[in-house]
Design a protein around this ligand. Structure first.
Ligand SMILES: [Zn+2]
Length: 208
């Protein structure tokens, strides 16, 4: 499936989660946003093998890096204390500016390093884990580890720590379900998908 379809499904999952958990209006908006982003996260791996072959991927990566930068600024102001608030927001701003200017292919790796710095300065475990996820995704091949059970487990760890940090019910559920929805709709489970996903990496590289 393409990015738009993944994103639409993710936002629907966020909305359904909000209704299930009967959340406040602001938490509902947050869950829809998190669902949308989580449903796109597995494709952060397009910086790997596909890089250079598809012209669209660079634009998409730039947009992804910009969104991460903006989220980082907002999150730092919302969750950070004193100086870490400004350090986090500053790093977010650097990511935003760099991703808008850089035309090189290692943009995602740089974004990962920026998020790691932000996570350390804010002392947020979920952000540090997400940075590690981005760094791994920037080097592995497309539709590989991010589209496997290992990827689900890793992302689940990020989502559960994010829920604890935000203190909002439904965050873990919305993020993880949206992530899984990406894998299901990329798999041969859908008859129009000719290529599947290697769900059981590294044990088996059979496409499901
Ligand atoms: Zn995908």
């Amino acid at each position: 499936m393409n990015g738009t379809a993944h994103a639409a499904l993710g936002s629907a999952i966020g909305y359904i989660t909000a209704n299930t958990f009967d959340t406040s209006p602001s938490a509902t908006v947050l869950l829809i946003g998190l669902g949308t982003v989580s449903a796109l996260v597995p494709d952060l791996d397009i910086d790997g093998k596909l890089r250079g072959r598809i012209t669209l991927s660079h634009k998409l990566l730039r947009t992804a890096a910009q969104i991460i930068g903006v989220l980082m600024i907002f999150y730092s102001f919302y969750e950070g204390t004193d100086t870490s608030k400004f350090i986090g927001a500053g790093i977010g701003l650097v990511i935003l500016l760099l991703s808008s200017r850089l035309k090189q292919k290692h943009m995602l790796t740089l974004t990962g390093i920026g998020v790691l710095a932000g996570g350390v300065s804010l002392q947020e475990n979920w952000l540090i884990l997400f940075a590690i996820y981005i760094l791994i995704a920037s080097v592995v091949s497309h539709r590989g580890y991010t589209h496997s059970i290992l990827g689900i487990v890793f992302f689940g760890m990020i989502a559960s720590r994010l829920e604890t940090s935000l203190g909002i019910h439904g965050v873990y559920y919305a993020c993880l379900t949206a992530y899984i929805s990406h894998l299901v709709t990329d798999s041969k489970f859908l008859p129009f998908n000719k290529r599947g996903i290697k769900l059981f990496l590294p044990v088996s590289s059979k496409e499901m």
